[in-house]
Write a protein that binds this ligand. Structure first.
Ligand code: MRU
Length: 384
């Protein structure tokens, strides 16, 4: 999608240094430093395993599919720095796997790299790792495009029931910045906009890290009408009938259809259900954890309390254009779970690259029959 008027992915191959600037020398990866957005724009070059791990840990890259793609490139970087032997490969997989716990796309990408690389001789691994990481990135883009098309069909159904602007609400950032390109929750929005549909998006701020600001930024970059709302405004606006559908992304979907996503998603799902408004979850195959019986088994990341106590913004000081403000005394106790679980029965439907299905064991098995054997028996409890 466009950033500053130029088509850009959120991660791409680049030369490790300007003197090596040829296609053959694309032995590093570039990312957009998302900790600066929307206040500033900076790209960074990842050259080592530690660069990749650090970018994920510090959320310079974030969003489940992008975390997975970055980890895949991190494996290529680790092998390239070394003899490519088993010890290096296994250590790289372990280091990257420990960076963030909730988004299963990370473990999925690393398992895929392991399967592709471990059987190979060490001498063949570097090339194969770059190829596999590129494939993961390219497939993510194709899948998100398909999610957009399936989501668009759903949205067309909603438009048929009304004649004016299609009013959507989203939470966090599940747009192109959170994936390699196109986004998951925002892919249907982009597809609708490209199809000439009059669309408007209410963007929930998403305290404490305010990923909604990233969503507002990327929608503005594409020229899509939107308004930022405080998280606490969502219930009121849903109850007043100011929204036709809520669309969010996911960090992990259990085999019974329970969804882990950014903290605050569950409250929106409850409010949407109470107001009779459809609540959709858009995600690619890499977000499904077929062996996870339900939401209670999903590990939830707990982050530092300073994410609540401090807030970033722009300042008038040219020396320090992005400043942090303290919202409360440093000793104020704070609790900061980064994700929550939306039970399957609050989800109207899942939108994935293969189509739309109920959030249930049966619905997911219909989308991905080749994985139905892996589903835990207890995930069948939900009859939908
Ligand atoms: O903590 P983050 O910013 O990585 O969390 C991101 C989300 O929760 C997104 O909604 C989710 O990863 C879906 S991204 C397409």
């Amino acid at each position: 999608m466009k950033a500053n008027g130029v088509y850009t992915r959120s991660i791409w191959r680049c030369a490790a240094s300007p003197s090596e600037a040829s296609e053959a020398a694309s032995r590093a990866v570039a990312i957009i430093d998302q900790t600066l957005l929307p206040h500033g724009w900076r790209t960074l070059t990842l050259k080592t395993l530690e660069d990749a791990a650090q970018a994920i840990r510090t959320m310079q890259v974030r969003g489940a599919p992008l975390i997975g793609a970055t980890a895949a490139y991190g494996v290529a970087l680790a092998l390239q720095e070394s003899d490519g032997g088993d010890a290096v490969l296994l250590e790289a997989l372990a280091v990257l796997n420990a960076t963030r716990p909730t988004a299963v796309n990370l473990a999925w990408a690393l398992a895929r790299m392991r399967t592709a690389l471990l059987p190979l001789p060490a001498s063949a691994r570097v090339e194969a790792a770059w190829r596999e990481a590129d494939a993961i990135a390219d497939e993510d883009v194709a899948q998100n495009r398909a999610i957009g098309e399936h989501g668009l069909e759903l949205l067309r159904g909603l438009i048929a029931a009304r004649s004016s602007t299609l009013r959507l609400m989203t939470h966090c950032n599940a747009g192109w910045l959170a994936t390699v390109d196109r986004g998951t929750a925002l892919a249907p929005v982009y597809a609708a906009f490209d199809a000439g549909i009059d669309v408007h998006v209410l963007v929930s701020e998403t305290r404490p890290r305010n990923q909604g600001l990233l969503t507002a930024w990327e929608l503005a970059q594409q020229g899509i009408p939107h308004e930022l709302i405080a998280d606490n405004a969502a219930g009121f606006l849903l109850a007043r009938g100011e929204v036709d559908a809520v669309i969010v992304g996911a960090d992990r979907i259990a085999a019974n259809g329970d969804v882990a996503n950014k903290i605050g998603t569950f409250m929106k799902a409850l409010a949407a259900k109470a107001a009779g408004i459809p609540f959709y979850v858009a995600a690619p195959r890499s977000t499904f954890d077929f062996s996870c019986p339900g939401g209670a088994a999903i590990p939830i990341e707990e982050r530092a309390g300073d994410e609540l106590r401090l807030i970033a913004g722009t300042s008038e000081n040219p020396e320090n254009p992005i400043a942090q403000l303290r919202l409360c005394p440093p000793q104020t106790p704070a609790r900061n779970p980064a994700f929550d679980i939306t039970p399957a029965d609050c989800v109207t439907a899942l939108i994935c690259e293969r189509g739309v299905a109920p959030a249930s064991h049966a619905g997911i098995a219909r989308l991905y029959p080749e994985f139905a054997h892996a589903f835990p028996p207890s995930s069948r409890a939900n009859p939908r």
